[in-house]
Design a protein around this ligand. Sequence first.
Ligand code: IMP
Ligand code: MG
Length: 439
Amino acid sequence: MANVIVIGTQWGDEGKGKITDLLSRSADVVVRYQGGINAGHTIVVNEQVFKLHLIPSGILYPQTDCIIASGTVVDPEILLQELEQLRKVGVSTDRLFIAETAHVTMPYHRLIDKAAEELRAEHKIGTTGRGIGPTYTDKSERIGIRIIDLMDTDLLRKRLKWAVEQKNIILERLYNLPPLDPQEVIDKYIGYAEQLRPYVVDASLKIDEAIRKRLNILFEGAQGTLLDLDHGTYPYVTSSNPVAGGACIGAGVGPTMIDRIIGVAKAYTTRVGEGPFPTELKEEIGAHLGDRGAEFGTTTGRKRRCGWFDGVIGRYAVRINGLDCLAITKLDILDELEEIKVCTAYELDGQIIRDFPSDARAFARCVPIYETLSGWQQSTADCKELSDLPSAARDYLKFLADLMEVPIAIISLGASRGQTIIVEDPIHGPKRGLLSATF
Ligand code: IMP
Ligand code: MG
């Protein structure tokens, strides 16, 4: 048995979708533990492209149970569309399970998300506008509607009528928007509830059953470490906990049940939305990475900001998540560069620091200190083994592993499943410190 958490080490979009897809092959259960439809995974299987927001990519394997756990926020409309998209191409959705305690994103959450961003003007966060923050706000405020509440039609009618009336006060008086029709929302959500009913379970119990059977469970994080509500670049973060610790809370399992934690890092850095980004490249090379890496959001289509690999952030992610090993993605995007920089420290107010500053204002003043490595200027797209990689590419990877003091177990060189080098089996290989990623 191995229970594994896969998380993003940067600002999301590290290519977790591909890595979890790869690891799902040997998983019996895949659990999504936080976030909602702000996430977007693009998976390419036999040249067929799947864009999923909520359903774990493990659904593409016939043996894998997929659980949308308690810590997520579920937008029924989008979830039902995803189910339809899968069914259309013959993918069975019988193995999907949704936690009855997950909270539900409502139409007013989306409206409030967008209106609040507009009102924040130059203080805006750059959210995906999918209602994520307002759904989690209602959860913390203890006025949210959960999947289990959807399942009780009489209760739902009462709760939703009250909720829409409350939110209408905010929509009308604060944001100057037209009110929602409570009846319309009620009818719509009763319809959704009926379609979702067969999938609803006690998710923590279901996961426990899998643990007792000693099955392999993969906990799939959405977003990334620096978007974590507690440990990210607050306030430019999402409203949930993408870090590894979030898996235990979101899924309802104890920390002792976790065997491995794998961090996914892009070979460079990207960020969508507002907030400081020390290694951002605003000129030519940034644009090159963006074009070559197709750096547009899966969910919003927004252009991602691109920059050099940031080792300070990398080391922080290792610490906050307790990473056992790394999966480095999109190495091929660097193929054409003559030289490649890696940020190894920051200069902050005249001092050199190697640790990530938890104060966002200090972080915004950090100037990266770079080490320059030589590029390899040849294609890596078809490399199947570590030894196929040009030596400069291996040097680059070794530099990253040494900087972060964590071995690299997987290297991804393209979107398809085959374009991957498994350096060491991250699940069944030896644990951190013993993993011998040799380059
Ligand atoms: P929210 O999650 O929609 O509230 O957005 C908060 C911040 O997180 C914004 O900067 C978003 O761009 C960012 N964000 C949310 N989800 C993702 C994701 O899946 N990938 C990358 N950035 C994300
Ligand atoms: Mg994404």
